[in-house]
Design a binder for this molecule. Structure first.
Ligand code: CA
Length: 765
């Protein structure tokens, strides 16, 4: 019986190899076929794969031939055994590429998939890798390992999906590399939506969760375990030894929404947001390392709910504020609905080291709804070291947290000071890379000396690089051009980081520049290159483009006599990639041939990481300078993270300097941030088409600083605070013939929280 079966297998193996030999290189295929171990079947196309899968027996591995597998929705199904799983692997790990409309689902028992790369495409369904075939056809005891998902994002940014959806029980996801998710939706989700997926004992380990850009909306979490609806169920998922590298999507890096999970020994490197114990009880968070390096909005752990244990974690250089702080304990809602905030109780926070955190927030979120203060909890034997101001901010009664045995070098607030010994503390950088104080450690205070962050190189796979960096402006090659067509061609042919230098002279631009990579366009000599837009548009930033204009004059006097000319805009299609735009030492003048000529017009569903205007002059313009108000659906989506205007002059502008809109009540995002300093604004926003009658209209900006500016004879600055405790500081400005900025609170009652100080006001208004 056994002999017969083997014979059949050999025959089908030969048939499959025969088929595959017709495709691709004979030499490689033959060579690998010979080397294939017993029970391995090499397949080279989808038909062969499906046939092999149908016949797959325990112990068998289906090997995908190297090459690009396009539009492949791979279903791995069958019943392996613990000793003899059914495998799917790559002929060579990293050389089997799934592209186009592809995905993977698993259904059955003891299945193991390894060595694949998903890139150059996206999943046509709700996930790239799913541990189920359909509603109740789940995978159990199965594993996906050494697999890469790289920028496999749905091009429709707000078409939400998950790259990995774990269902079933006892599954493992390990040593995978996930990077560059740019569309909405949690990168990886553990689902508990049926009994068959609860108490699942999944293992998520040694994965590299690479850079995830700022989404500018809710739905940018990197890992979520559970959902609020099932959050009182236990998951028993272990998340350990993973590396989170610049996981910046939104305020939750990890959103835990179930019970009895373990988060152990993960490293969070320069990642915005926090590991959030959002719902569910009885979770353990230990041995994790958070390294913020002072980067904006880097956070640590946010604690909510009951019976949580947070011990032996290390946090350093985290700048996060409010809910995104370095360490945060939230207030709950009395008798909370399942999707609000359950009270913190019976929670232990011990032996953590917290070094140079900007904010440790206790009873955070205290308001008319969140009144249930933490109870029956302990904060003990922690080491809190601060070079600057002491980090604690206390928002309500914290007498339900017992403080004891903690050590600090800072002046603690009165309510908690008795739980700390204050003394000078010298910390040194140990071989582990972490700051330690051996004396404290010997007394059992702070994190253990043996705590060692998981090394990036021990996560993911060795054959796929983990070095993605943003390409800076002017980091590439330089080309010099001397004609308009030369400029058009140079922009079209540019590589990321390139600089295109215009020799002195006049450039009448009859074709728009299409910017699809990171490009700097600069004049040589002191503003000796003058660019004349001859059409309704000078430059379009398409998906993946970023533009810096430097040392130029742009003069609109020869532009067509049409309403609504635009100097620079995004492509009209929604874009997936965030972009940067910079005007540095640029004069923009005479955009006034007809009405409503704008300098920059953002696209619907576009997101600027950063727009900067430095040392520049804008004058005689009939439209707006920056239009970043395209997301009017009030979903918390917006068009810009950071705007900086500095050392610049604006005069005779009929529209607004900036219109920025982040509508709705969502609190999962960081921006927009607006910084305006050392600049002068005169005769702004008086055009009759400027409907807000405002020189700046900022709705929902989170952080606005107006410092050391001169405002002369212009329509008022209107700032509308929405949710998220927005910060506005207006200081050291001079206002001449203009009223002070109007700051209103849209959702909260009472006076505005804006700080206006040291401003001088002169003139008739
Ligand atoms: Ca969220």
């Amino acid at each position: 019986m056994k002999g017969t079966k083997s014979a059949v297998l050999v025959l089908s193996l030969l048939a499959v190899i025969g088929l595959s030999a017709c495709v691709g290189s004979n030499e490689t295929k033959t060579k690998s076929s010979i080397e294939l171990p017993q029970g391995h079947v090499l397949v080279a196309d989808q038909i062969a794969f499906n046939k092999a899968m149908e016949n797959a027996q325990p112990g068998q591995t289906i090997v995908l031939a190297n090459g690009v597998w396009e539009d492949f929705e791979m279903l791995v199904q069958g019943k392996g055994t613990k000793e003899s799983p059914i495998g799917v692997s790559a002929q060579t790990e990293g050389e089997v590429i799934l592209s186009g409309l592809s995905n993977l689902s698993l259904y059955g028992e003891h299945l193991v998939v390894s060595g694949l790369v998903f890139k150059d495409g996206y999943s046509p369904t709700g996930s790239v890798i799913s541990f189920r075939k359909s509603g109740d056809k789940l995978a159990n005891h199965s594993r996906v390992t050494r697999t890469v998902i790289d920028n496999f994002s749905n091009p429709d940014k707000f078409s939400s999906d998950n790259w990995v959806a774990m269902y079933g029980r006892y599954n493992r996801f390990d040593h995978n590399h996930l990077e560059g998710k740019s569309n909405a939706g949690v990168t990886m989700a553990v689902r508990l939506n049926s009994v068959a997926s609860q108490e699942n004992y999944h293992q998520i380990d040694h994965n590299y969760f690479g850079p995830r850009p700022i989404l500018g909306s809710n739905g940018g979490e990197t890992l979520r375990v559970g959902t609020s609806k099932y959050s009182l169920s236990n998951s028993f998922t272990v998340v350990e030894n993973n590396y989170f590298d610049r996981a910046n999507g939104e305020v939750e890096i990890i959103s835990n929404k179930s019970g009895s999970n373990t988060f152990r020994n993960n490293t969070f490197f320069e990642s915005r947001g926090t590991l959030t114990l959002r719902h569910g009880n009885g979770n353990l968070v230990e041995g994790n390392v958070f390294l913020g390096n002072g980067k904006d909005h880097t956070g640590g752990i946010r604690v909510i709910n009951a019976d949580q244990t947070i011990r032996n974690n290390y946090m350093e250089g985290l700048t996060g504020i409010r809910f995104g702080g370095g360490f945060v304990v939230l207030n709950g809602v009395p008798n909370s609905r399942i999707n609000r905030y359950h009270q913190v109780k019976n929670t232990v926070i011990e032996n953590n080291t917290l070094v140079n955190l900007s904010n440790i927030n206790l009873a955070a979120g205290s308001d008319a709804e969140r009144t249930a203060v933490p109870i029956d909890s302990a904060f003990k034997n922690n080491l809190v070291v601060s070079e600057g101001e002491q980090p604690f901010k206390i928002f309500d009664d914290v007498s339900g947290i017992t403080f004891s045995g903690n050590l600090t070098n800072a002046d603690m607030p009165e309510q908690i000071a008795s739980g700390f010994v204050k003394q000078a503390i010298k910390v040194e950088r140990a071989a582990t890379g972490l700051l330690v104080n051996t004396e404290a450690a010997s007394k059992g205070v702070g994190a253990s000396l043996t705590l060692r962050p998981i090394d990036k190189n021990k996560t993911g796979v060795s054959w796929y690089p983990k070095d993605t960096q943003l390409v800076e402006f002017s980091s590439g090659n330089e080309v010099t051009v001397d004609s308009p067509q030369g400029l058009v061609d140079a922009v079209a042919n540019a590589n990321a980081g390139d600089v295109i230098k215009l020799v002195a002279g006049e450039y009448e631009m009859v074709k728009p520049l299409i910017v699809d990579t990171t490009v700097t366009i600069m004049g040589s000599g002191e503003k000796a290159a003058v660019v004349y837009p001859m059409r309704t548009l000078l430059a379009e930033i398409s998906d993946g483009g970023s533009l810096k204009l430097h040392n130029l004059v742009i003069d609109g006097e020869k532009a067509p006599d049409a309403a609504g000319n635009v100097l620079v805009r995004n492509t009209r299609l929604p874009t997936l990639k965030n972009y940067r735009l910079s005007f540095d030492n640029v004069i923009v003048r005479n955009l006034n041939v007809n009405h409503s000529a704008h300098v920059f017009d953002a696209g619907y569903r576009s997101m600027a990481d950063r727009i900067t205007i430095t040392d520049s002059v804008f004058e005689n313009i009939t439209g707006d300078i920056l239009r970043l108000n395209k997301e009017q659906d009030d979903l918390g989506i917006y068009n810009l993270e950071y705007l900086t205007i500095s050392n610049s002059q604006f005069k005779d502008i009929q529209g607004a300097v900036a219109k920025i809109y982040r509508g709705g009540t969502d609190e999962s995002t960081f921006g927009p941030h607006v910084f305006v300093e050392n600049s002068r604004f005169e005769n702004i926003a008086k055009g009759k088409r400027n409907k807000h009658q405002a020189s700046f209209y900022l709705h929902g900006a989170q952080d606005t600083d107006l410092l050391n500016n001169e405002f002369v004879d212009l329509m008022p600055i209107i700032i509308e605070h929405t949710v998220g405790e927005p910060q506005t500081l207006v200081a050291n400005n001079s206002f001449i013939d203009v009223e002070l900025p109007k700051v209103t609170e849209v959702f909260t009652k009472g006076d505005s929280t804006a700080v206006l100080r040291n401003n001088t006001v002169k003139g008739s208004k």
